[in-house]
Design a protein around this ligand. Structure first.
Ligand SMILES: NC(=O)C1=CN([C@@H]2O[C@H](COP(=O)(O)OP(=O)(O)OC[C@H]3O[C@@H](n4cnc5c(N)ncnc54)[C@H](OP(=O)(O)O)[C@@H]3O)[C@@H](O)[C@H]2O)[C@@H](O)CC1
Ligand SMILES: Nc1ncnc2c1ncn2[C@@H]1O[C@H](COP(=O)(O)OP(=O)(O)O)[C@@H](O)[C@H]1O
Ligand SMILES: [Mg+2]
Length: 285
């Protein structure tokens, strides 16, 4: 099987420089629907990653118990709360974001599953689906038909298995994921070491990242980064490719200071700026 390597050249071809006349209203508004009691960190990480990846506005939609946490942790991010205290029960909002990321830390309570279903039935905004949103959809496979065309799904291997069933070889894993991508018209970010991005028959292989990323919350950060790029107007496959590349690059940059063991998901966020700068500094591959 042929994989297109995601090289710096591939990234520079896709990367959009920010206009000198940009303002926050032109840079996209991302909405992160995330968190539950005890997993509000996932909402903080995803929202902070979204604002650090360059969209103009970020709103977090969280259960009521997340209000103070989000407002104190990230003053740049706006917050809307669900009526329920500890988990999502009714996802309703008046804002008009350009992209929505849903799933990190939301859990799989019955009420949350219903809230996700009702949200998917009415939503037409470009979407990134991760973590428990994927797990809820795996329990209710008919909901896959509700996803907008080119929704980005970001499963780790266990979440992928819940979505497409088990595989016996890597070849079969790719065959089944390609079939899944084609059936529902999805961009699949097949997370791993390395991560592959599958857009129908086309498979991209990331070239950045290392084992420092094997740490809690690193996927939640990727969801925030990818949603931010989607909100900034990148086509879904390009948002996925650029997000995965920059996410991995932060670990390659930081590892010389943190080592593998002490690198944490917040270090990804702190190094997003340095990762972007490598794209602007030179044109070498
Ligand atoms: N601070 C917070 O708020 C945080 C909140 N978080 C939130 O928690 C929720 C649950 O998410 P989750 O991913 O921990 O649970 P789950 O889907 O059962 O997967 C775990 C199992 O999957 C497997 N597995 C995973 N990766 C694999 C790999 N690369 N390669 C192979 N296997 C792999 C592995 O299975 P095993 O190998 O043990 O059989 C593992 O036991 C979710 O909403 C998330 O956003 C977290 O992000 C943490 C920080
Ligand atoms: N050994 C590794 N090498 C490269 N990337 C890794 C490695 N381990 C984990 N990652 C990356 O870290 C992220 C983990 O995502 P996920 O399992 O969803 O984390 P969480 O749910 O805790 O936020 C993925 O982007 C994955 O590709
Ligand atoms: Mg995850």
């Amino acid at each position: 099987m042929y994989f297109i390597p995601i090289t710096k050249k591939e990234i520079q071809d896709r990367y959009q420089i920010v206009s000198a006349f940009a303002h926050k209203g032109t840079q996209g508004h991302a909405l992160l629907i995330a968190g539950s009691y005890g997993k509000m960190g996932a909402a903080v990480l995803a929202s902070k990653a979204a604002i650090k990846t360059g969209c103009g506005l970020v709103t977090a939609f969280v259960p009521e118990c997340g209000y103070d946490i989000l407002q104190i942790a990230i003053p740049e991010v706006m917050v809307i709360t669900d009526v329920a205290q500890r988990h999502l029960s009714n996802v309703k909002f008046q804002i008009k974001p350009q992209a929505i990321g849903i799933g990190p830390g939301i859990g799989q309570e019955q009420e949350t599953q219903k809230a996700l279903h009702d949200f998917l039935v009415s939503n037409i905004i470009p979407l990134v689906l991760d973590a428990d949103a994927l797990n809820c959809v795996s329990r209710n496979k008919e909901w896959l038909h509700l996803l907008p065309s080119k929704t980005i799904v970001t499963p780790h291997p266990k979440e992928l298995e819940r979505l497409i069933g088990p595989w016996e070889s890597e070849e079969e894993q790719f065959e089944k994921t390609i079939a899944f991508s084609k059936q529902y018209n999805l961009v699949v970010v097949m997370k791993g070491a390395p991560t592959h991005i599958i857009d129908g028959e086309t498979v991209y292989k990331n070239t950045t990242g290392n084992a420092a990323l094997a740490t809690a919350g690193s996927g939640d950060v990727l969801t925030g980064m990818t949603t931010s790029l989607l909100a900034q107007g990148y086509e879904a496959v390009n948002a996925a490719i650029l997000g995965v590349y920059l996410h991995g690059l932060t670990a390659d940059i930081a590892i010389t200071e943190t080592g593998t063991q002490s690198f944490i998901a917040s270090d990804i966020i702190s190094n997003i700026g340095r990762a972007f700068l490598t794209l602007e500094n030179d044109t070498n591959n």
